[in-house]
Design a binder for this molecule. Structure first.
Ligand code: SF4
Length: 703
């Protein structure tokens, strides 16, 4: 496609939400050299072990190269005609809500945009959800409850310029390694900087902690409500900020209750001394950032946890100012881009709300679409439950592997067996979901596709092509637009490339936006293909748009996106975590390891990524191991009412008594019975729909 070899292309890493810039150099022999982009503001040249091994993951081994129907090679015309016919027939016979898309934080913003437009504006359903539901849906819900918008208020530099960094439910060292390196360097340069890690486990991140609060699982609301009470009782509040920019403080403080250290100690399992130390540190440190990640979000009380944290920042006015604020670190490379285009079942587009009739009218008019979804669609877990109950007649899964990664993974496999028509677009055969596809569509992979992604600090970067498309592979947006046209939506899906889609997305961000919404990138709505190609990373709010105040942060002086411009405190109270039955006495916590990514379809290709940790394991406390007669390196079965997995025992004081940690990456393809999501309960937060993947009661026994 005219890309000459030896050319170095600026792109971004396809893994975590840090969104590091990468320089990819295709050499004469076809190998690809990978280096950190020294000019990219996310990483300034750094890469972690996953990013630096990217060049070793580009082989065509396991690649899907041609469309398949019923397991037999086909062509695009045959496959896409069938997809369009089956979706159209289901809509005709059973209505628009009988079809669904399940997409991914791995796809690019342009792919997401076209998928969302087709489902919400042309099919007329909001049944499009994404694996980002498993990642940050509770943050989205918490932001919207507090700010009236899904706004990440701060920026990465705040983590470097604060004097106190509180990391909640975040193993930053393994899950956002370059951000961790930046924090490590900042701490080395600033002797006043303190780091507190709030996590039931002792993780690699604790290496930089001045204080590790190993609280009982799912008791974060008690901890942060106690902090709110403490701030109030010690006169550490910013009454002027509260008065000028917020609503609901009294209700929140009443729900939080008095700061009774002994009660909070009982609820959280933390010592009164540690609690007092933590509360005093926060009260005395103006420049405080609270960064949270999946330990907060992946919980049946995840949204309440998010708001308990945000409440403490609103109460102190420590938000949006340099070195201050709550900060959600997203897991995936483009979870934020998905949020911008509204590619979730409970969002519209350009941060507009599906519940708002004016927003619906704006989007429909902009798209010139025949319809617009008028109510929320099915969120990930509900979507697969509905599929299992026979309500979804045609399902398109894109760039994600739910048979390995959703809770109750065996139930997901059953749902796909039941679903009359399943389409899977992917780059690889090494995903267990592929086996359930009636139609398989070979997608363009990292290095072959072109578009944009948005990282955790609202920075839009280009992900660029430096390899030719192998076989008959095509980008996801191309597949979606082609199917849309075949479904009869001729006029609205003619794009000659990702730049055209980006321009439309940017223009929509300004529709009816007079500063009433946080997301506005309309300054880029006329960007030429050449300028799009050279687009440097940009962070919104962008200068020259409705919401720009010349800052890279939001809310330092209020300006929240509610009708009165104020933020809401949310009154949340601690709920005792679910009682464990005698049959399932331990709590299963799942998460990432340092060198693998999701279900290992890419990182599994390089031996380097397995040299750190080669097989799935269960981190067990010595007392629990002793009680169960388990010795180090024994094979053990981890079992819940939903399923079981077999992993190797690792006995360590890093695990909290009563808890077991198992990494989420291994599938049955690479480790027989190592698929831990078969064990995880499909219970969700009632507000965000995010599964509580870190709290499943389980039993463990030696095999
Ligand atoms: Fe990629 Fe994240 Fe590592 Fe950066 S920190 S190189 S984005 S995996």
């Amino acid at each position: 496609t005219g890309i000459s070899k030896e050319k170095t292309v600026k792109t971004t890493c396809p893994y975590c939400g840090v969104g590091c810039g990468v320089l990819a150099t295709v050499r004469e022999d076809g190998s690809v050299g990978i280096a950190g982009d020294p000019d990219h503001p996310a990483n300034y040249g750094r890469l972690c072990s996953k990013g630096s091994a990217l060049g070793e993951t580009l082989s065509l081994e396991d690649r899907l190269l041609y469309p398949e129907i019923g397991g037999k090679r086909s062509d695009w015309d045959g496959a896409l005609t069938l997809v369009a016919e089956k979706f159209s027939a289901a809509i005709r016979e059973h209505g628009p809500d009988s079809v669904a898309f399940y997409v991914s934080g791995q796809i690019l913003t342009e792919d997401y945009y076209v998928a969302n437009k087709l489902m919400k504006g042309f099919i007329g359903s909001a049944n499009i959800d994404t694996n980002s539901r498993l990642c940050m849906a509770s943050s989205v819900a918490g932001h919207r409850r507090a700010f009236g918008s899904d706004t990440v208020a701060g920026a990465y530099e705040d983590l470097e310029t604060c004097d106190l960094l509180v990391l909640v439910g975040s193993n930053l060292a393994w899950c956002h390694p370059v951000l961790f390196q930046r924090v490590e360097a900042a701490k080395a340069n600033n002797p006043n900087m303190r780091v507190v890690v709030v996590d039931p486990r002792e993780t690699a991140t604790c290496a930089i902690a001045d204080l590790h609060l190993a609280l009982k699982p799912d008791t974060d609301v008690a901890l942060f409500n106690g902090l709110l009470g403490f701030l109030s009782e010690t006169e550490a509040l910013d009454r002027t900020y509260i008065e000028a920019h917020t609503n609901g403080f009294e209700d929140a403080i009443q729900a939080a209750g008095a700061c009774e250290i002994n009660r909070i100690s009982g609820e959280t399992g933390l010592t009164p001394h540690d609690l007092a130390t933590f509360y005093t540190m926060v009260a005395r440190t103006e420049k405080t950032v609270t960064l949270y990640s999946q330990g907060v979000n992946q919980s049946v009380v995840g949204t309440d946890k998010v708001n308990a944290i945000i409440n403490t920042h609103l109460a102190t006015g420590r938000i949006g100012k340099p070195g201050m604020g709550p900060f959600s670190a997203t897991g995936q490379p483009n979870a934020m881009g998905g949020r911008e285009v509204g590619g979730l079942a409970n969002m519209l587009a350009a941060h507009m709300a599906i519940e708002n009739p004016d927003h619906r009218a704006l989007v429909q008019s902009f798209w010139q679409s025949p319809t617009i979804a008028s109510k929320q669609g099915l969120k990930a877990v509900d979507l697969f439950n509905a599929t299992r109950n026979g309500k979804i007649k045609a399902l398109w899964i894109m760039a994600t592997n739910p048979v390995d990664s959703l809770p109750d993974a065996d139930g997901v496999a059953e749902a796909l067996e039941i679903c009359p028509f399943v389409v899977v677009s992917d780059v690889t055969r090494a995903a267990d979901t592929v086996a359930y596809a009636d139609v398989l569509l070979p997608a363009a992979a990292w290095g072959e596709k072109d578009g944009t992604v948005t990282n955790s600090e609202r920075r839009i970067s280009r992900q660029k092509k430096f390899l030719d498309l192998p076989g008959d592979t095509r980008p996801d947006w191309w597949q979606l637009a082609d199917v849309a046209r075949r479904m009869g939506f001729e006029d609205a899906f003619h794009y000659d490339g990702p730049a055209a889609i980006f321009r439309e997305h940017a223009a929509l961000s300004n529709a009816g936006n007079n500063g009433s919404r946080d997301f506005d990138i309309s300054a880029l709505k006329d960007i030429s293909p050449a300028a799009f190609d050279d687009l440097e990373p940009i962070q919104w709010p962008q200068p020259g748009t409705s919401v720009s105040n010349g800052e890279t942060r939001f809310f330092a002086k209020g300006g929240f996106f509610r009708s009165d411009g104020k933020a809401n405190f949310i009154a949340v109270s601690h709920k005792e975590p679910r009682k464990r039955e005698r049959r399932y006495p331990l709590v299963l916590n799942t998460g990432r390891v340092r060198d693998h990514w999701h279900t290992m379809t890419r990182t599994g290709k390089t031996p380097r990524s397995s040299s750190h940790i080669a097989e799935p394991y269960a981190e067990l406390h010595p007392d629990d191991a002793r009680e169960a007669g388990i010795a180090a390196a024994d094979l053990v079965e981890v079992k819940s009412p939903h399923g079981s997995a077999v992993v190797r025992a690792q006995i360590t004081g890093r695990a909290q008594k009563g808890s077991v940690f198992v990494p989420m990456h291994w599938t049955d393809q690479v480790s027989s019975k190592g698929r831990i999501d078969a064990v995880v309960a499909p219970e969700t937060d009632p507000v965000s729909g995010q599964p509580g993947s870190k709290f499943t009661p389980v039993a463990i026994r030696k095999l």
